[in-house]
Design a protein. Structure first.
Length: 215
């Protein structure tokens, strides 16, 4: 039994190598999923442009929503890859610790990354199993079962409306949708102080000079 309750009969080095292999394998799967989603997005883009040419605005909106969904999915998968890379790096650190201390050590970094990974639907089952193994090995504490964040149609309608408009604008060369709002860095134009009073001051100055000439 190791310092943090390592499972009896399982070699820590083998476990770390096993987790690293699984993470790498899931990373390749995610790459394939990203490419697949992007291919589908290109098809939807073409369909949206065709619908725009025919003046089918409602169809364009539906297709634009699909593109927004695809882009959100890709962003989520890229984020999961970053977490996987972080865990793989921590696994290398665990092997170094194992050589020195003879046991695996608890890691808050691994726990944070795994908490994020178990929320990704595409890899959820694998990450849950891996988390349980890591808890038994003493690398992590038990994780809270957070509710997985999902976007239903109503939420997409509310949260991604502006994104849909941007996609429509982008893919129809401005014929549909709205252009992304530009940040207005210009300050209000202030009239120079005393600008409106200048004519009056000039008049008073001219009057005083005339009075001086008369005297």
């Amino acid at each position: 039994m190791g310092l943090f309750g390592k499972e009896k009969g399982k070699d820590p080095k083998e476990m770390v190598n096993h987790w690293t292999h699984n993470l790498r394998k899931e990373g390749y799967n995610i790459d394939r999923q990203i490419r697949g989603i992007q291919r589908e997005e290109e098809k939807v883009k073409r369909s949206l442009k065709d619908a725009a040419k025919k003046g089918e605005k409602e169809s364009c909106k539906i297709l634009a929503k699909e593109i927004v969904r695809a882009r959100k999915a890709v962003n989520r998968l890229y984020a999961s890859k970053a977490h996987m890379n972080s865990v793989q790096m921590q696994m290398k650190n665990q092997l170094a610790t194992l050589r020195i201390a003879g046991a695996l050590e608890k890691s808050t970094e691994v726990m944070k990354s795994m908490q994020a990974l178990v929320k990704i639907p595409e890899i959820q089952a694998t990450m849950r199993d891996m988390s349980k193994e890591m808890m038994k090995a003493g690398i992590m504490e038990e994780m809270l079962d957070d509710t997985m964040e999902t976007l239903d149609d109503d939420e997409l309608e509310e949260e991604a409306d502006s994104e849909v408009e941007k996609v429509l604008y982008e893919l129809t060369a401005g014929e549909l949708g709205k252009a992304p709002a530009a940040v207005d860095d210009s300050l209000p134009v202030r009239e120079p102080e005393g600008a409106t009073a200048m004519p009056e001051e000039e008049d008073e100055d001219l009057t005083s000079r005339l009075e001086a000439l008369r005297s």
